[in-house]
Structures are given as structure tokens and as C-alpha cells.
Design a protein around this ligand. Structure first.
Ligand SMILES: Cc1cc2nc3c(=O)[nH]c(=O)nc-3n(C[C@H](O)[C@H](O)[C@H](O)COP(=O)(O)O)c2cc1C
Length: 188
């Protein structure tokens, strides 16, 4: 069974995008698509970035834990809100901490907003950062507009059929990249 890590990026009090992270965890496990675990940046509470993990003399335990979880995963699904057309500093903080761990890592992105565009402006900046750090960014998207009308607090969608159909296609693409990465690694 492949391991998918879901990063819940918002650390905001009263955050809404975490609902989508909860949804994906349940969806992936219930459909038996892979193992799934949420890494919640709110719980990690990393300090503002000063240096990469590989250059830290005394790396904090939570940074080591995060790095190991990313490294040992087969793929990552990032759930991010849109803040002023970009992704939150909590997420940039976490991306910059690591380096080799992101290399050739298949990463799918779900963007969330309370407006009608589903955080679609985040995608270019986040994909670019992940491309720079040599991750394999999945081209499929999962924008969630009007988050409070789409999911309840437990991450259950109001339109179960519609969301499940979209989620199925989205996760399938991530799993395709995961398989492709395995084949490429075997070839090396
Ligand atoms: C600092 C900030 C900036 C925001 N900028 C945008 C934006 O550019 N576009 C948008 O559609 N929504 C924007 N929003 C609204 C968010 O989409 C909405 O608050 C959403 O719930 C954020 O996710 P979160 O609740 O998980 O933090 C912004 C919210 C905050 C707090």
C-alpha cells in the first residue's frame, strides 16, 4: 500500500481548509486507495524559517519528524488556502525547511477559498516553488470554492457524489505520478 501524506497548511484560528484535508484522509482510506496521514502545520508550529534542516546543528524534534514523514511517503497532497493570491507563509516555511526530501516527490495540490475562484491563483506560485525544489508536481487540480458551502467541519462534503467524483480523478492522477516515480527510480 502506498503512503500519502496530506499537508494541512492553514494555521489560522477558525481555519476552514483543514476540512478538505480531513476529507481527503477519509476518502483515500475509505476507498482503500492508499495509506493516508495528515501532517498539520498548526500542530507543528514551526518557528519562522532561519535555515534548512540539513544545515541545522541542533534540529528540533518536530522538524526531524516532519522531514522523516515526507521522506518516507510515496506522495504528498497539499491542501492550501489562498491568501492575497498566494499560499500561506506557514507552508513556505515548511517547504523551505527541507531539501532532498522533496526531490522527485509526487505532489498534488488542492486549493481552497471562501470566494468563487477556489484559490486558483495560488496554484502557479506554489507549483513554481515545488518545481524549483525538484518535486514532481501533479498537473490535476482540486480547487474548492466557497469552502463553508462545500464541506462541514468534519470534512464531509455536502455534495458527496460530485466531490467524490472529482476527488477520485484527482487522487488517481497523484497515484499515477507515484507509480511513474517508482518506475523511474527502478530504471536508475
Ligand atoms: C490573509 C488572508 C488573505 C486572503 N486572501 C484571499 C484571496 O486572495 N483570495 C481568496 O479567494 N480568498 C482570500 N482569503 C479568504 C480565504 O480564502 C478564506 O479565509 C479561507 O477560509 C482561508 O482558508 P483557512 O480558513 O483554512 O485559513 C484570504 C484570507 C486571509 C486570512
Amino acid at each position: 500500500m502506498k503512503k500519502i501524506i496530506i499537508i494541512s497548511s492553514s494555521v489560522r484560528e477558525g481555519r476552514k481548509s483543514n476540512r478538505v484535508a480531513l476529507f481527503f484522509k477519509n476518502f483515500i482510506i475509505d476507498k482503500n486507495l492508499a495509506e493516508a496521514e495528515i501532517l498539520d502545520l498548526e500542530h507543528y508550529n514551526f518557528p519562522i524559517f532561519e535555515e534548512r534542516l540539513k544545515n541545522l546543528k541542533n534540529p528540533p524534534e518536530n522538524v526531524l519528524h516532519f522531514a522523516e514523514k515526507i521522506k518516507s511517503s510515496d506522495g504528498v497532497l497539499i491542501v492550501t488556502p489562498e491568501y492575497n493570491g498566494g499560499y500561506p507563509s506557514s507552508l513556505k516555511n515548511a517547504i523551505d525547511l527541507l531539501y532532498d526530501e522533496w526531490h522527485h516527490k509526487p505532489i498534488a495540490i488542492s486549493t481552497v477559498s471562501d470566494g468563487i475562484f477556489g484559490g486558483s491563483q495560488v496554484i502557479t506560485s506554489l507549483q513554481f516553488s515545488l518545481w524549483k525544489i525538484k518535486a514532481l508536481t501533479v498537473t490535476a487540480m482540486f480547487p474548492v470554492p466557497k469552502i463553508t458551502e462545500a464541506f462541514n467541519e468534519a470534512g464531509v462534503p455536502f455534495d458527496v457524489e460530485g466531490i467524490n467524483k472529482r476527488a477520485s480523478a484527482f487522487v488517481k492522477e497523484l497515484l499515477w505520478f507515484i507509480e511513474a516515480a517508482v518506475i523511474m527510480k527502478q530504471g536508475n
